[in-house]
Design a protein around this ligand. Sequence first.
Ligand code: SAM
Length: 243
Amino acid sequence: MRCDVITLFPELFSPFLDVGMVGRAVKAGLLVVNLIWLREFGEGVHRSVDDRPYGGGPGMVMMAPPLMRAIESIEREKRSLLLIMSPAGEIFSQNMASSFLKFDQLVIVCGRYEGIDQRIVELSGAREVSIGDYVLSGGEIPAMVIIDAVTRLLPGVLGDEASSAEESFKEGLLEYPQYTRPRTFMGLGVPEVLLRGNHKEIEEWRRAQALLRTKARRPDLFERLLLTKRDMELMERYSQQGE
Ligand code: SAM
């Protein structure tokens, strides 16, 4: 996967691209991130990239010409997707991250100030994506969120391939609770079922916990689930038993 990121602050990406899972993916050549400094495409001696909004109002708006020059400077792969980070965009999700895997390249535009000139969205055919219902000062963190979520789905990136298969949001469910050593911590133990080594029982307990958690914490996700008879039985059994 290649990601081309248009930003006024490329330096924000340096520890992110160097460490952990993303750092390993970069070192292994599974992820290539190309940072494009928007200032290089700015106007005049000051390389301006923003101006006052037509119609008045607070703040500055990112001008269309520098952005268009930056977008056009990028060599596009055959299967390439252009994304603009915007709080007014479609909400990013695990499903959206998976759907990006069919592309070889993501071109990501990070906004700043009051956002970007709307004509860039219209002319470029970009998809506007939001990472949630709050306003950040720039699109760099949203871009990192998308790159991180997509990278961990790339084949060969996670050591244990199963770990991304069982995670939260797979099938629209939250993940079951996880435990590791020590067996007792500050007086709290680990659910007995996880210590007995009965794989069928463990699988059932995990499924029930995932269902019960989703129901309690995310009724919006729970409503959309297609529950099987076994799911209902497991929920019934474990909601009575507790852990
Ligand atoms: N005036 C804009 C509004 O009310 O929608 C907010 C602009 S925000 C201060 C500056 C930039 O940060 C945006 O252009 C966008 O690129 C990025 N941004 C802020 N919040 C975001 C979010 N929740 N998701 C994606 N991008 C976001």
